[in-house]
Design a protein around this ligand. Structure first.
Ligand code: AMP
Length: 591
């Protein structure tokens, strides 16, 4: 990368003093024990996410502070304070106790981003009950698969979702003891075989003692997004709060006075770790929008809600870019001071777009369901190299390793050499198991004492310690002896003014092993044509060289994506080769 494209941090970029100012010094000083001390001991001597994130504030100075502003379709807000949220969560906890549901049992939530989702999640944690939030857009199959894998005892959902996606399949989920329904139009529900949540909540008491839990007790169950295979259930524990607190501080730069908007749905781990837990831990006010993406609406929320810290995903940023330059001109974002993104590689073009259109660069960060929290990030403390995911946060050791056939791994110390991204185990939010799949879990670790967790991602580290994403190990293309990461090719294509999104795969070829094929969707105002196809081929060849540039380009109106917005290259490949599409439960509608 040439240094002229560095985005330098200047005083003007930092409207408040950042939590992390001196990266090297903070890394040296950091310890997880100190984070535990800072969070403060729980009166019962245990550790429970709901106590740390909610109860602590509800009993203290933040009792009347707004925890969540839930926006409805008309953008009218229902504000819920820390005190009220805690009371509602206690009621829900008492509802569970009344039904005989206890510690360690599993509760699934299938709902849009409605207040009841947040109350049920926090109330379950108070009860020591394990929570698994599902995307409300899931169909009956993926719901049943996950409930069965997790042996769900309780399902919280809405009357409409129940009628459409659960009722007929209920028999296929024998572990379910209770289904609690929220009436989407308000009022009470009356559906055979279910209970009305509002009625139970009205009858429940406001106070409850949190069920004692320890750091190692299971708290949340999240299913991986399945870009490369069947979703797996990652088991998380209450001790993870230490990571959520530290990363909220360093990677999202949360300050108590922030108005924070995490656009992720809690059905994806980001929407839980950073849409619920981390902002509550930091005592900030969060915006929750029920609606799906809409460029005009999103710019409006950023402006009207006075969002100061925004955590979103590359897919949303690409869609904003695609919607053109006219809409954002109608809005102003004087309060916005920090933007972060996660979920997919953030193309350099998108980082620069942030600076141009929103006045701030976008800080990419990297993590996955298994890590439970942000591991590598562009923080306020150092310059951004657009296209890089940044550097490991304090408390996190990341390395590039070569993974050998026999399961062992060796560290690659030389800069700029590609290998598998690995993390030294020992951070508190690391997943503790893949549910019912011990062997798969064991395979994720290598090295002496199995100290390295292998992420399944390929990356490289440069001489300054920045990490660069290459691809999921399963997505990487091998062509004529070159290892090609799809991201590099996609980014080059996106630099062409006509390209909105690109997805790149390796197509088997008898001569070179695989040839690079790209699927692109176009920005508004551009039409598919043979001339444009040839122009894109030429553009990519000029940027990437003949060895890496795509040999074939096809146009698509949209690319297949997961519900969390990740391009499903696996599916592009299966379709290209006429193979079975495999598990598509996480595929976004219309993909
Ligand atoms: P999930 O568990 O669904 O959050 O997916 C995690 C995967 O998303 C990672 O293993 C990466 O392949 C990808 N990912 C997440 N964040 C980034 C990022 N900032 N850059 C590149 N890839 C990312």
């Amino acid at each position: 990368m040439d240094s002229s494209s560095l985005i330098r941090k200047t005083g003007a970029d930092l409207r408040v003093a950042p939590n992390l100012a001196d990266y090297a010094a903070e890394r040296r000083r950091f310890s997880w024990e100190a984070v535990g001390r800072e969070l403060g001991a729980q009166p019962d001597g245990g550790l429970n996410i709901a106590w740390q994130a909610l109860e602590r504030h509800a009993q203290g100075a933040l009792r009347d502070k707004i925890a969540f502003r839930f926006l409805n379709r008309e953008q009218a807000a229902r504000s819920v304070s820390y005190g009220e949220l805690s009371r509602l969560a206690s009621r829900f906890c008492n509802v569970l106790r009344g039904l005989g549901i206890g510690k360690g049992e599993r509760l699934f939530i299938l709902a849009g981003r409605i207040p009841e989702l947040y109350v049920a999640l926090l109330g379950s944690l108070k009860n020591g009950t394990v929570v698994s939030p599902l995307f409300s857009a899931f169909g009956p199959e993926p719901i049943a698969t996950r409930v069965n894998l997790g042996e769900g005892a309780v399902l919280v959902t809405t009357d409409m979702l129940y009628a459409r996606k659960v009722a007929k399949w209920r028999e296929q989920m024998p572990s379910l003891k209770h289904v609690l329904l929220v009436a989407e139009e308000g009022g009470a529900t009356n559906v055979p075989g279910t209970l009305d949540l509002a009625t139970l909540m009205a009858a429940a008491g406001d106070a409850c003692d949190i069920t004692p839990t320890a750091a190692a007790d299971m708290s949340l169950l999240h299913f991986t997004s399945g870009t490369t295979g069947t979703p797996k259930g990652a088991v998380h524990v209450h001790g993870a709060v230490a990571t959520h607190w530290a990363t909220g501080r360093y990677a999202l730069d949360l300050h108590a006075e922030d108005i924070y908007w995490c656009t992720a749905d809690p059905g994806w781990v980001t929407g839980t770790s950073y849409g619920i837990v981390a902002p509550l831990l930091h005592g900030v006010t969060s915006i929750v929008d029920r609606e799906e993406f809409d460029a005009e609406r999103w710019y409006g929320i950023l402006q009207d809600q006075g969002v100061t810290v925004w955590y979103t995903a590359p897919t949303a940023i690409r869609m904003l870019m695609k919607s053109g330059a006219e809409i954002p001109r109608k809005y102003r974002f004087p309060q916005l001071r920090f933007i972060a993104s996660v979920g997919e590689p953030l193309n350099p073009e998108a980082v620069r777009w942030g600076k141009e259109v929103l006045g701030l660069p976008i800080h990419d960060n990297w993590w996955q369901t298994e890590t439970g929290g942000i591991m590598i990030a562009n923080t306020p403390a150092f310059d951004i190299k657009p296209g890089s995911m940044g550097r490991p946060l304090p408390g996190i050791d990341a390395a590039i390793v070569r993974h050998h056939e026999d399961g062992s791994a060796s560290l690659i110390e030389t800069p700029d050499v590609e290998g598998e991204l690995a993390l030294r185990r020992g951070w508190p939010s690391m997943f503790q198991a893949y549910l019912n799949n011990e062997e798969r879990y064991r395979k994720c670790f290598a090295g002496p004492n199995n100290e390295w967790y292998l992420t399944g991602d390929l990356a490289r580290r440069d001489a300054d310690g920045y990490f660069w994403f290459v691809g999921r190990a399963d997505d990487v293309i091998k062509s004529a002896g070159h290892l090609i990461g799809p991201f590099e090719v996609e980014s080059a294509l996106m630099e062409h003014p006509a390209v909105a999104e690109a997805g790149v795969i390796g197509k088997p070829d008898p001569v070179v092993g695989e040839v690079v094929k790209a699927f692109v969707s176009l920005k508004q105002g551009f039409a598919q044509s043979e001339a444009l196809r040839l122009e894109l081929l030429g553009h990519a060849r000029k940027r990437l060289g003949a060895a890496v540039a795509p040999k074939e380009i096809a146009f698509l109106t949209t690319l297949p994506r997961t519900r969390s917005g990740k391009i499903m290259r696996r599916l592009l490949k299966a379709r290209e080769l006429g193979l079975s599409e495999g598990d598509t439960s996480t595929l976004e509608a219309g993909g």
